[in-house]
Design a protein around this ligand. Structure first.
Ligand SMILES: [Zn+2]
Length: 264
């Protein structure tokens, strides 16, 4: 049973990943997500439904457009695959038994759609649009409210206050970094992401998430400079590291924090 539902979530994740790709693509070009079929970015030929099946079409077409034979960006299958793994991982992390636990899982899936899309726009164009950030903050607040409700008997106000306080501190630190560096260290979108992390995660998860963000950021940043993909002067988007950090904090934060405290 668990295996079947996990596979279902993986499938939903792959489809959502495909939606996020299309949404990010259209937002960056000022097009509406609701209007018209997808087109090849090179030859602008309208894609048939069978050219547009997540993951499968990329494999069947050998990564090339059916009409102009130009390569399709590896971003599309990679995002779809990652979303599939993420959604399956979310299900396996929560394995909900009660209605409220199902609601928590659904909120995390919803949050993930906004985060995957903003991951793409930040990676490609260094922007974290409010179209994704505002709903992401709202969903994170709902997650904090639900966590306050499910963490004890009835509604535990301290949990909610804790989440709002930690989000406030995190946002204040990022505001100081942003204004102090005149936007060189981080962008204003990262301040909004800080609010998402602070609201959606419990404290041990948040601390691990922030730590993981900087380890991954430093590792990928140095890799890009050493391999000459980027120079020291290039701006590397910070949002994707925060988003990866968020999921590391969610999935493994409690364990890592407990392991760390056992060292002393
Ligand atoms: Zn084409």
């Amino acid at each position: 049973m668990i295996l079947t539902i996990t596979l279902m979530f993986a499938l939903i994740g792959v489809i959502m990943g495909s939606f996020c790709n299309a949404w990010a693509y259209r937002l960056l070009r000022g097009e509406s997500i609701a209007k018209g079929r997808s087109k090849c970015p090179h030859c602008h030929h309208q894609l048939a439904w069978y050219d547009n099946i997540p993951l499968l079409s990329y494999i069947l077409l050998w990564g090339k457009c059916r009409y102009c034979k130009k390569p399709i960006s590896a971003q599309y299958p990679l995002v779809e695959l990652a979303s599939g793994l993420l959604f399956a991982g979310l299900y396996l992390f929560f394995i909900p038994a009660t209605n409220l636990q199902w609601l928590m899982l659904i909120l995390w899936c919803l949050l993930s759609v906004f985060l995957i899309t903003s991951f793409i726009t930040d990676w490609l164009e260094l922007i974290l649009p409010d179209n994704y950030m505002v709903p992401a903050i709202v969903v994170s607040l709902l997650i904090a409210l639900l966590a306050s409700y499910t963490s004890g008997q009835g509604f535990v106000w301290n949990v909610l206050f804790g989440r709002i306080l930690q989000a406030g501190i995190f946002v204040a630190i990022y505001c100081a970094l942003y204004f102090g560096s005149k936007g060189k260290f981080i962008g204003d979108g990262d301040i909004r992401l800080a609010a998402v992390l602070g609201l959606a995660l419990a404290l041990p998860q948040l601390l691990v998430a922030v730590f993981a963000t900087y380890v991954i950021g430093a590792a990928i940043g140095s890799f890009c400079i050493i391999s000459k993909l980027k120079t020291r002067k290039d701006v590397i988007a910070f949002g994707p590291f925060l988003i990866i950090g968020l999921y590391i904090g969610l999935f493994w934060g409690e364990q890592i924090a407990r392991w760390y405290l056992h060292l002393f």
